[in-house]
Design a protein. Structure first.
Length: 537
């Protein structure tokens, strides 16, 4: 039986970035791929392997002033070569024929436009028809609650909600090809399962081809027809998914398949001092209506949450997107107004402000979910990591500060020689490690980790879990670990709080919560997370 002609053909793709007057970086090396209608091709590999650069080359979204393509490079949509195609041609291709879900939704969405306007921009319809289609798309991606909040802006949504808005935009015109760059990175496990199922349903209905870029090999096995493995810009192995998973040929592929967060946290000394204590924490956001902005109701983002974290202990916070996980972390760090009692090292901090609060910032730090939006694009990695040292350790000389930065980068497995690069010159996983180094450089006592491994590939995830565990033991750190990846939580957390709609629905030792969950909601979370894992095993 003859195979259908490829809808997308990549031949001898070479991409080089000019990084200085006489410097360059060869990011993609002789990559050749084919994608046919109705199939899913997964592109996997560690951060910095060239996956996203390959995808952005298809859309011709790499910076023109610093990007060079090889003379034999060819990217054909049907028969039209997209390499070097002008903006006029690409405007007819992007969105209409090839849609793309970007890895970091906060930076991909316009902060000045409402979600309705951003989705509607993809549609060539009259306003009434466009609004109906926007509502339909929000329903498709599981954002029914947002159909009454079409005027919401990206910063008013959770990370998972922003990612689903991105998916709605990519699917708006039923494209022939969907490029999904880490489409479920920011999603909790239940929504992840729903989105993957949705993508498969749309693929079957529309005959859509999918180029799936992910570091989660469990998703690859569930979704992909074929898989291509990238390392350092080159394809080292490709073939049918089952063949590659069952009998990998390349040593790098074998290492990727073996990588996953493992182990259990060390037991906590029950006599260890309490570092963070909170009682009856509430964060309520007013909903204003009418001309005079009368408060009609409140969004109860966090509703009467109490917790205790000892030195050397990790408290895992799990729940679906919008459940209040990140809001709780921000409240404890006094980054959001709240009511209730917050104690750091036994001292009340809920009413502190100004210099008194600023002096405590060295003892309590955070790693944000989205590394690109949390790092200044105008500062080098060294400046970003060392910025807090200038405030909290001002007596350090420039050389001493640089030595501390170098040590912090080594702690998170980053090459110190790259410290003078800027955030856009790093991969997503590398940017997250810069964010971790920035938090650790001040040697805090309490660290909020808000989805710190969501942007990392599986092998680096395992390394970061080991790193965080090692740092905790050496420095006796107290962690609040917020994540939708229950496998990572299981490897790190001593205790777990399960949040739903801002309320605690279950709380207890991690081993007990994972082995014998009591509430239906927790059971559903565990089933969604570990059923996916089981299918991939």
């Amino acid at each position: 039986m003859l195979q259908a002609a490829p809808i997308l053909t990549i031949q001898n793709l070479n991409v080089t970035f000019r990084t200085g007057k006489d410097q360059s970086f060869h990011a993609v090396k002789n990559v050749s791929l084919e994608l046919r209608k109705g199939e899913t091709l997964a592109l996997v590999g560690e951060s910095g392997s060239g996956k996203s650069v390959t995808a952005l080359s298809v859309m011709q979204l790499l910076p023109k002033n610093t990007t060079e393509y090889g003379q034999e490079s060819r990217i054909a949509y049907n028969t039209e070569n997209l390499v070097g195609a002008g903006d006029t041609v690409m405007r007819t291709v992007r969105g209409q024929h090839i849609g793309m879900i970007f890895q970091e939704p906060m930076t991909a969405l316009n902060p000045l436009h409402t979600i309705e306007k951003q989705i509607a921009e993809m549609l060539k319809m009259d306003p009434i028809a466009a609004k109906a289609r926007v509502l339909e798309l929000l329903h498709l991606v599981g954002l029914d609650k947002l159909t009454e909040r079409l005027g919401a802006y990206p910063h008013e949504l959770s990370g998972g909600q922003r990612q689903r808005v991105m998916i709605a935009m990519a699917l708006a015109n039923n494209p022939d090809i969907l490029i999904a760059d880490e489409p479920t990175t920011a999603l909790d496990v239940t929504v992840q399962a729903q989105i993957l199922e949705l993508m498969q349903e749309l693929q079957e209905k529309l005959g859509m081809a999918i180029l799936l870029i992910t570091h989660d090999l469990t998703i690859v096995r569930k979704m992909a027809t074929r898989v291509a493995v990238m390392q350092r810009g080159a394809i080292v192995e490709q073939g049918q998914t089952l063949d590659v998973f069952e009998a990998p040929q390349h040593s790098y592929t074998k290492r990727l398949l073996a990588a996953q967060p493992k182990g259990m946290p060390e037991a906590v000394n029950q006599n260890a001092p309490v570092v963070m204590e909170a009682a009856d924490i509430k964060v309520h956001f007013p909903i204003r209506k009418g001309f005079f902005g009368r408060v009609a109701n409140y969004v109860r983002a966090v509703d009467s949450v109490s917790l205790t974290i000892r030195a050397g202990e990790t408290l895992g916070i799990v729940g679906e997107s919008g459940s209040g996980k990140s809001t709780l972390g921000f409240a404890l760090l006094r980054l959001l107004a709240s009511t209730g009692t917050i104690k750091l090292n036994g001292a009340n901090i809920e009413n502190l402000s100004g210099k008194a609060l600023r002096d405590l910032r060295a003892d309590m730090q955070i790693v944000f979910q989205d590394p690109f939006s949390s790092l200044s694009p105008r500062m080098s990695a060294a400046d970003i990591i060392g910025e807090g040292l200038k405030i909290h350790r001002p007596k350090l000389s420039a050389q001493e500060r640089d030595d501390v930065v170098v040590a912090a980068m080594r702690d998170v497995q980053l090459d110190p020689e790259t410290r003078h690069r800027y955030p856009h010159e790093f991969s997503g996983g590398q940017r997250q490690r810069i964010a971790i180094a920035r938090a650790l450089v001040l040697e805090p006592k309490f660290l909020v980790l808000d989805e710190p491994t969501s942007a990392l590939d599986m092998s680096v995830q395992a390394e970061v879990v080991d790193l965080l565990r090692d740092l905790q033991q050496r420095r006796n750190l107290a962690y609040m670990f917020i994540s939708h990846d229950l496998r990572v939580v299981k490897a790190l957390a001593h205790h777990v709080i399960v949040l739903k709609d801002g309320k605690v629905v279950e709380h207890g030792p991690a081993q007990k919560v994972f082995s014998t969950p009591e509430t239906a909601y927790t059971k559903a979370l565990m089933a969604a997370a570990f059923d996916i894992t089981a299918k991939a095993a």
